[in-house]
Design a protein around this ligand. Structure first.
Ligand SMILES: C[S@@+](CC[C@H](N)C(=O)[O-])C[C@H]1O[C@@H](n2cnc3c(N)ncnc32)[C@H](O)[C@@H]1O
Length: 268
């Protein structure tokens, strides 16, 4: 799939442009309130907003079984951008149910998985091969309990929307990355937030849509946090749902052609 230009896509959406204009006029915090209080354009379901950790503790039971178009789009890109991993030291920050961590350990990497949701970690630990992964329960909003320059690859997938202080987090990623290594992030594309979408699931017990707290960062927020942390951009790409993915995933079909995924790779 070809990376697409988000600016070009947004140009045709008057609603998205209005929200961007609001940000310029009203400043960051009011912009956040507007975006976070906005009902998603694609749903009439009532939303239950919960703290991030509580949200993932509740999501854990069904996380791996869901039709998740973002994950379907993301996984091949992570594999491609990480490259060969055998005998490398890799840390997966916000590892969730171990989707990447367990696979990377099976491919011969020495993997540390950092996560603060006990529910997600429990699911990860139950997977075949998880005994090869070192799990750390830790909140990524705090300095990482990991040594300087101790990893060849620092990976954090679909976590950035939950991070408030990007500069602190990026600085920590840089600190633990070896000079010869790199830091790889995947994120829900900020253009999804302009449609009122953030990480969410439907609670099977209540039928309500549950949203762990997310922050509507823009691409410029990511890049400036990286600049301030001393990270150097090596790769950035934006990816939209194509016909093949839309055909495979009912949840993806309504986002056909819209930027859903952002990939960024940085060198220390
Ligand atoms: C969308 S899931 C992604 C999980 C995994 N990286 C993946 O791609 O499958 C986001 C994960 O980030 C974790 N997370 C969010 N904020 C965190 C924080 N402050 N500290 C530790 N983990 C956090 C959540 O608990 C959740 O498991």
């Amino acid at each position: 799939m070809q990376p697409i230009s988000s600016a070009r896509r947004l140009a045709g959406r008057s609603n998205a442009i209005r929200i961007v204009d609001c940000r310029l006029l009203l400043g960051e915090s009011l912009f956040s309130i507007i975006v976070e209080s906005q009902r998603p354009m694609d749903s009439d379901t009532p939303i239950e907003a919960v703290p991030t950790r509580e949200g993932y503790d509740r999501w854990a039971d069904i996380y791996d079984a869901e039709d998740n178009a973002l994950i379907a789009l993301e996984e091949p890109r992570v594999i491609e951008l990480l490259g060969e991993v055998a005998n490398l030291d890799i840390v997966d920050l916000g590892a969730g149910t171990g989707r990447h961590a367990v696979r990377l350990a099976a491919a011969g990497a020495r993997v540390t998985a950092v996560e603060f949701s006990e529910g997600m970690v429990e699911k990860a630990r139950a997977k075949p091969g998880a005994d090869r992964v070192r799990f750390l329960l830790h909140d990524l909003s705090k300095p990482l309990p990991l040594s300087d320059a101790s990893f060849d690859r620092v990976l954090s997938c679909l976590v950035l929307e939950h991070i408030t202080n990007l500069e602190l987090f990026f600085s920590e990623c840089r600190r633990i990355c070896r000079p010869s290594g790199f830091v790889l992030f995947s994120a829900m594309h900020p253009a999804m937030m302009l449609r009122g979408i953030s990480a969410r699931f439907t609670d099977p017990d209540t039928g309500r849509e549950v949203r762990p707290t997310s922050h509507p960062h823009q691409i410029s927020d990511f890049l400036m946090a990286a600049v301030r942390a001393g990270l150097h951009l090596d790769h950035i790409s934006e990816h939209a749902v194509d016909e093949a993915l839309a055909a495979r995933s009912p949840r993806a079909a309504k986002y056909l052609g819209w930027p859903m995924l952002l990939m960024m790779r940085f060198c220390p």
